[in-house]
Design a protein around this ligand. Structure first.
Ligand SMILES: Cc1cc2nc3c(=O)[nH]c(=O)nc-3n(C[C@H](O)[C@H](O)[C@H](O)COP(=O)(O)OP(=O)(O)OC[C@H]3O[C@@H](n4cnc5c(N)ncnc54)[C@H](O)[C@@H]3O)c2cc1C
Length: 384
């Protein structure tokens, strides 16, 4: 009976991060399921580096992800005008190459069929279930602030001296909201230098930001270098949502980003596992419902992070937003880890918002209710 249930055909549209992680996990836990991935571009996985805290995922899933993880560091730094700190929290990254390598055997054996150069409509596909992993698309029922960035990976002539990530160097001039530089050392001489903004607008001025990256590099004494790769991104950081759909959209399209960071890896991994286990128990047809159920849980779980984003983007003075993070990174590492995993107790949630608030109380109260916030945003969007 089980073998019968776990056969069938699962189609995934979009061969990016969430599409491939889902194909991989489903194939691993369901050897009889036929899996087809359709990708519009000539290659799957794009050209990305994806990072996350190692405690963002459970130990079972971290172990499964091992072939994907290309770099890991035992600690990271944060730097603010009044706080410099090293946190003993593991940080890791995978990239497009390691994601492709992780599924290469499954592709060779035909367990995962990949069709590239195939821009498809969901309705074109004939399968027992279709998952939509086509990447981010703005929606009218989602209200985000924005994380935007430009990154240059440089190769220095002499070692750059950065031994572990600096996930926020906010000692830089504050421009366009909260600005910080993110440093990821891939080797003694290869370093990603990313200029990042938590901003009210999604507009990205690549040239201007490129100039600021060059200034930062010069100031740190890494001028003797070549740029070996560039990247840029604009990611939603959800402030409010009244999304209530049963769609089988996964990844960013499905609304599965971590509101506090804009990152996708932790939820993509967890959802891939949930889909794979549901299929193993109930069959391929159950995959879309598994996604919809997971979304309802996810939206509830992220409610607190959305509240903090409303405080951050709408209550805090843009030039002083760094004070919010400066205060947050003064908490104990255990609390910081739990925050990023959405695992805070009610008392810990309170602990973060009480005390000397870095945002004006009247504005904080005004933005407290998600429902009222959405009503105001709707009205604003509707007015000519
Ligand atoms: C530069 C950059 C750096 C990032 N860094 C991190 C990070 O460090 N950590 C983190 O967690 N997140 C990071 N993110 C955010 C997020 O993880 C990525 O955007 C992630 O790739 C989103 O995964 P996804 O599967 O939703 O979409 P994508 O990975 O964008 O995949 C969507 C895929 O669907 C394909 N597609 C679209 N339309 C069709 C169609 N009609 N038919 C077939 N295929 C189609 C696209 O070509 C694409 O390959 C980063 C984003 C960017 C842009």
């Amino acid at each position: 009976l089980n073998a019968q249930l776990t056969s069938g055909h699962l189609a995934i549209v979009g061969g990016g991060l969430s599409g491939l992680l889902t194909a991989w996990r489903v194939a691993e836990l369901n050897p009889n399921v036929r899996i087809t991935v359709y990708e519009a571009k000539s290659e799957v996985a794009g050209d990305h580096t994806w990072s996350f805290n190692d405690t963002d995922v459970s130990s079972e899933l971290y172990e499964w992800l091992t072939p994907f993880i290309r770099y890991n560091w035992p600690r990271y730094d944060v730097r603010f005008p009044k706080r410099k700190r090293t946190l003993e929290i593991g940080y890791c990254s995978g990239d497009s190459q390691s994601l492709c390598a992780a599924i290469v055997d499954l592709r060779k054996s035909g367990r995962i069929e990949v069709h590239t150069n195939r821009r498809v409509e969901l309705s074109d596909i004939d399968a027992d279930a279709v998952l939509d992993a086509r990447g981010y698309q703005p929606r009218e029922d989602e209200y985000p602030g924005w994380q935007k960035f430009v990154g240059h990976t440089i190769r220095t002539k002499i070692p750059h001296g950065i031994n572990h990530p600096v996930i926020m160097d906010a000692t830089v001039e504050q421009v366009d909201g909260y600005r910080f530089v993110y440093l990821l050392p891939f080797s003694e001489t290869d370093l990603l230098v990313e200029d990042t903004y938590f901003s009210d607008t999604p507009n990205l001025s690549t040239n201007e930001i490129g100039g600021r990256i060059a200034d930062y590099i010069a100031e740190k004494g890494w001028s003797d270098h070549e740029v070996i790769r560039t990247e840029q991104g604009v990611l939603p950081m959800m402030m409010a949502t009244d999304r209530n759909d049963d769609s089988a959209q996964i990844g960013l399209r499905g609304g599965f980003a971590v509101a506090a960071t804009g990152f996708t890896v932790p939820h993509a991994v967890e959802l891939a596992d949930h889909i794979a286990k549901t299929i193993a128990k109930t069959g391929v047809n159950a995959a879309p419902k598994a996604v919809a159920d997971f979304r309802r849980m996810h939206l509830r779980r992220e409610r607190y992070a959305r509240l903090l984003n409303r405080m951050f983007f709408r209550a805090a003075d843009p030039a002083k937003r760094y004070c919010v993070l400066q205060r947050f990174y003064g908490f104990k590492p255990a609390l910081i880890r739990r925050f990023y995993r959405n695992g805070l107790s009610p008392a810990q949630k309170l602990r973060i918002v009480i005390g000397k608030p870095p945002v004006p109380v009247t504005k904080a109260l005004y933005n407290f209710s998600e429902k009222a916030f959405i009503a105001r945003e709707r009205k604003r969007n509707e007015s000519p």
